[in-house]
Design a protein around this ligand. Structure first.
Ligand code: ADP
Ligand code: MG
Length: 593
């Protein structure tokens, strides 16, 4: 039962949270949206529409009404729904896109985060291989996250809303794929956001906030996943804060058109509308004083961050073209512009067709509890040991990720590894030949990427599938140190190609590179000995990432402030390789170090 002193966001079990809130959303707004039949996605009742470009938005959840609440005629055709603060997987993006493709191409639109870029990019390639043209619209509006010279590295925050609105309107009026993209790129080019937070947010199932803001202070430039801000300032009143936001943005907003500017004052989750309006009053006056005309301003919640206290200001200067698209009608659960009858009243989709069954799964892999621990051969056993290791350290991995980023690595890697183990156990193999191991790892990697989402889901999944893909064709031969070294080296190259990280960039690649290099150097050792030495080196490399400054991924924006604590992905990989090594040694009975 609810108790008054329990923060509302902790009410939900994290494992069912995503399914249950999407079920509820689709029950409440069945006049506008429906669940995707076999994906964690929400589809517009008006889609697919033959000949219309499909706009598919997405990202992790915890940002309502972004992203699922922005689906409906005139805005997005669909949203792909990831776990809290975690990008959805390529598999889910692909399936959602297939459900709304109208034959005129699809645009994936999302904020600039490594996990989203990788998963939507992979989904786009898969669609292209089937002859469906897919484009990527990556929103980069947050001025706090990178300087103007590196505008393309900026995060996407509340500006998502303006860019999605423009894309959706362009697609709705019948623009072709190139024209829809051009409109979206134009909107993104001129849109700027700056935000501030007064208090942290709490992930479902947690009692402690992901981060805190020191009492009596405000974090300026904080990200929507709790990424640390640009600077901490003494607490200010609403007018002072309005001034700080306007002062930061005005010099950076391009002057186009006749001075009209679309304004979004966005609440992050627990700031009252009244406080937003107090702040808006000052913003409005300041814009007028600067010679700008606030045009159909919006004050409210558009891109939230669970229950974070704070707000952000977004400005999109308008020319006639952008104004027309911004003004075009739409109807979605989270935002409506007068429509004049998009959906005739009473046209409500059949509520009885909704599945409210939370065991309703979008995956064919059984739950871990329903699998046999003796199945899947040595690969499944090693993965099981690795799962135990990350499960034991789940909280610590989350804390490491919260230092510089969004705090979800513990939950994400455990969720991914549980699916990986279940997939390996049900891959139909039982031995330790290269084919058995390869087959199990291929299944495990695909399942991991889908279940974990996020940057680490894409990269750890790829590591497993590439390793498996190299081993499997070796058939009935044993997995030697040389064969494994060759496979893991190829997998490392694929991980670097997808993620762009090299050794020294403070990512899981540091641990992986130490593992791969040692395996190659120890070519003549038997596998158990070589593995354990290599895993030791991986763990050492993971620990040493504490001295490095992050260069890629979410943490990179922190710069020097990221120094001092180890990279979460490197840490989890080191832990898993060590645990897997012990399991392999126990099974093979050899360690001749
Ligand atoms: P997300 O960053 O999407 O929240 P996780 O928190 O699960 O994903 O994983 C974060 C880890 O993923 C980082 O600690 C790092 O090791 C790894 N990572 C993130 N981006 C990259 C990248 N581009 N290349 C290699 N590893 C990366
Ligand atoms: Mg993370």
């Amino acid at each position: 039962m609810t108790t008054v002193d329990t923060p509302p966001t902790t009410l939900s079990d994290p494992t069912t949270f995503k399914q249950r809130w999407v079920d509820g959303l689709c029950a409440a707004y069945s006049r506008t949206v429906r669940k995707a039949p076999d994906a964690f996605g929400v589809l517009s009742n008006a889609s697919p529409r033959p000949g219309k470009v499909a706009v598919i938005v997405g990202g992790g959840c915890g940002h309502y009404p972004a992203f699922a609440g922005l689906v409906g005629p005139g805005l997005a055709d669909a949203a792909v729904v990831g776990d809290v603060f975690t990008s959805p997987s390529a598999e889910q993006a692909y399936r959602t896109a297939k459900a709304v493709d109208g034959g005129a191409g699809v645009v994936f639109a999302y904020g600039n985060y490594a996990g989203d870029v990788m998963h939507f990019g992979l989904a786009g390639r898969r669609l292209a291989a089937e002859g469906i043209e897919a484009r990527q619209m990556i929103v980069t509006d947050d001025v706090a996250s990178a300087p103007a010279e590196r505008a393309a590295d900026r995060r996407g925050v509340a500006g998502d809303f303006f860019v999605f609105k423009v894309l959706g309107a362009a697609a709705e009026r019948g623009d072709d794929l190139d024209a829809v993209m051009a409109a979206g790129e134009r909107a993104n080019e001129v849109t700027r956001t700056f935000g501030a937070a007064f208090d942290g947010c709490t992930l479902p199932g947690q009692t402690d906030p992901l981060f805190t803001v020191a009492p009596g202070s405000v974090e300026l430039g904080l990200g929507i996943h709790g990424e640390p801000g640009m600077r901490t300032a003494a607490a200010m009143d609403a007018y002072e804060l309005a001034d700080a936001l306007v002062d930061q943005l005005l010099p950076q907003v391009p002057r186009i058109g006749d001075g009209r500017v679309a304004v979004l004052l966005n609440g992050l989750g627990s700031t009252t509308y009244e406080d937003l309006f107090v702040t808006y009053g000052r913003v409005h006056a300041r814009l007028l004083a600067a010679g700008l005309t606030p045009y159909r301003p919006e004050v409210g919640e558009f891109v939230t961050s669970m229950d974070m206290a704070g707000l952000s200001l977004t400005l999109m200067p308008l020319d006639d073209e952008l104004a027309a698209l911004y003004d075009a009608p739409c109807e979605t659960p989270g935002f409506r512009l007068p429509a004049g009858g998009w959906l005739a009243s009473g046209e409500v989709s059949d509520a009885a067709s909704l599945t409210l069954n939370v065991s309703d799964s979008t995956s064919s892999i059984p739950a871990l509890e329903d699998t046999d621990p003796d199945d899947g051969g040595i690969a499944a056993a090693a993965l099981t040991a690795a799962l135990a290791a990350v499960t034991e350290h789940e909280d610590e991995l989350g804390r490491l990720d919260a230092v510089a980023a969004d705090g979800d690595h513990g939950q994400g890697i455990v969720r991914g590894m549980r699916a990986a183990v279940a997939a390996a156990r049900t891959a139909g193999v039982s031995g330790d030949t290269a084919r058995d191991v390869g087959t199990a790892l291929l299944a495990a990697g695909t399942a991991l990427a889908d279940a974990a989402g996020g940057a680490s889901g894409a990269l750890f999944g790829l590591l497993l599938t590439e390793t498996g893909g190299r081993l499997q064709p070796r058939g009935d031969t044993p997995v030697t140190t040389a064969a494994l070294a060759d496979a893991v080296s190829a997998a490392q190259a694929a991980v670097t190609e997808l993620g762009g990280a090299h050794p020294g960039d403070k990512t899981m690649v540091d641990a992986l590179d130490a593992f791969t290099t040692t395996l190659r150097d120890r070519n003549d050792d038997d596998l158990t000995t070589a593995w354990r030495r290599a895993a030791d080196q991986a763990r050492t490399a993971a620990e040493r990432t504490a001295d490095l400054v992050p260069a890629v991924g979410r943490a990179a924006r922190l710069g020097d402030r990221g120094r001092g604590s180890a990279d979460p992905g490197a840490t989890s990989l080191g832990l898993m390789l060590a645990a897997a090594g012990e399991e392999i040694t126990t099974r093979c009975g050899k360690d001749t170090r």
